[in-house]
Design a protein around this ligand. Structure first.
Ligand code: DX5
Ligand code: ZN
Length: 215
């Protein structure tokens, strides 16, 4: 069954505990947390003080997406949150193999994120060490953007690479996930859907998470 990881970026930041209560009650599998530094991406979201407050009350596994340069520097801080998954961008890690090792040594699952222009074959020599590949299906930095159609084919190509290399990596997609893109993404081989505005912009977010899970 497809996993759903709602992105807190689209929540009401003045009422975070209300939205996290909703997540806790819901069928969401994970909570997706988007950290931005204003350098790797042209926006700033939230940092560790907010993540610590969220981690205290969230009962779902934390899926931390670091859109920052040199993310390995923060491995111990992410571990201290009790995070389940630490996602780092391929484009932000010149020594990706070492970074993945450090994440595993810290006891977390390791995910690598690819920007829309980065081809899946750059992962050929690391895919067997990864627990997840996160494909950006919009350019990272903002919620509510239009889905990049080419991503469907990219999911298919990633699925083929995973099968050919007998990797256990899961496929997560992030950006523009909604009722029309999600079924096609699942069909192409997606395991985990990240959804921000489609969940939090819904009249009933809990119900919408349920709908995504049933696709
Ligand atoms: C964008 C973030 C996403 C964002 C997705 O850089 O990585 O997680 O919240 O937002 P939607 O689902 O609204 O496209
Ligand atoms: Zn994200």
């Amino acid at each position: 069954m497809t996993k759903v990881s709602p992105s807190l970026l689209a929540a009401d930041f003045a009422n975070l505990s209300k939205d996290i209560d909703m997540i806790n009650r819901s069928e969401a599998d994970w909570l997706h947390l988007d950290v931005m530094d204003g350098v790797f991406v042209p926006n700033i979201s939230f940092g560790f003080p907010v993540l610590e407050a969220v981690a205290k009350i969230c009962r779902k596994p934390l899926d931390v997406h670091l859109m920052i340069i040199d993310p390995g520097k923060f491995t111990q801080q992410v571990k201290a949150l009790g995070a389940y998954m630490m996602n780092v961008h391929y484009e932000a890690c010149p020594h990706l193999h070492r970074t993945i090792q450090q994440i595993h040594d810290a006891g977390m699952k390791a995910g690598v994120t690819l920007n829309p222009h980065t081809p899946v074959n750059v992962l050929e020599d690391i895919i067997h060490d990864l627990d997840m590949v996160l494909l950006m299906t919009v350019n990272p930095g903002f919620g509510g953007q239009k889905f990049i159609e080419h991503s469907i084919d990219k999911v298919r190509r990633l699925k083929t690479l995973i099968q050919q290399t007998r990797s256990h990596a899961l496929i997560e997609v992030d950006g523009g996930v909604n009722g029309s893109t999600a079924p096609r993404l699942i069909q192409a081989g997606t395991d985990i859907l990240v959804a921000g505005s489609y969940v939090f912009g819904a009249p009933n977010p809990e119900e919408r998470i349920k709908e995504l899970k049933q696709l």
